[in-house]
Design a protein around this ligand. Sequence first.
Ligand code: BGC
Length: 368
Amino acid sequence: MRALVVRPPVPGVELVDCPAPERPAGSIRVAVRECGVCGTDHDIVEGKYGRPPDGASFLILGHENLGVVREGDPAAPEFAPGDLVVATVRRGCGRCRFCLANRSDFCETDAFTERGIRGAHGYMAEEYVETPDYLVRVPAGLGPIAVLLEPLSVVEKAIDQGQRVLDRKEPTPGHPRPEAARALVAGTGAIGMLAALLLVIRGYDVTAVDRRGEDTFAARLLGRIGAKHVDVAAGFGAVGARRFDLIVEAAGSTAVDFSSIDRLGPNGVIVLTGIPDATERPVPVPGGQIFRDLVLGNQAIVGSVNANRTYFETGLEDLGRIEERWPGALASMITSRRPIESYREVLLSAAPGAVKTVLTIGVGAPPS
Ligand code: BGC
């Protein structure tokens, strides 16, 4: 089968022929239909991140996926040939209590693998094989947008983590219902836009910031969903005096992280989702001021990574809710679908203005 392979830490990516995986009893064979491309893929292609499976000289790239069951198994009658499926990404260490409960996103041993990222082959290939525990069945009607489920699952978890911290603010007896929580989304790439959509659905009053001006796809979509867009190219001052209960950081920039922390309101929480480059130049920060505000304001900084199956399941429901409320909004975030043969243009450069680029793969024709 054809597969896109990388050899981190050596930069580069190639389309090669390699043997299709064996299907052990109990597993499902899936024909890949399409894979989304994200910042993590670009980092792996640049050799900055990622690791081949133990003993292998290469890694099959790709973790944002959508496929069609090609071969089921009598032990898993819920998966029939032709069903659409999305596979989760992380595989547990098999030792810690989180991994043993299929919650490897909270793995405590660091011995987990991630398909397409770290120690396990991914989905940018014609086929993969997986056990039912890690496969989520997708209703056919969501096919055109289901490749967004994996990034949405990451957002589902991040917002859930933030909400858990906000839940410390229990209702105070005898007081009227508090007004809608104010949320700030820093960054309007795919993760930031999915966060904005989900937060509006969840009833937050949403502001999203970027540095790209007003004449962009993101600014228009934010307007459509009733979120506020602010261009902070000239600084966070443009946000005004507002303070936020929940900040979702989706920019992967340390400088943005520190500027946005400054916007946290009392008892607020910032959830960081972007993975900054550990080798980037140190950023000068007013540490005393930030920690003073954190303590005096009961504030929290939370990191959030990956997502377990439950977040894929809530994500699937939310894909449906978002589609129902703003028809076509999610589909419009897939700014281009390119055949796998275009991998060089897609993976070796960043298309300006692209929100989500998707590679179409194998015989599974792209959904219309
Ligand atoms: C993926 C996550 C993964 C993280 C860190 C993200 O791009 O969506 O599944 O855990 O990278 O490797």
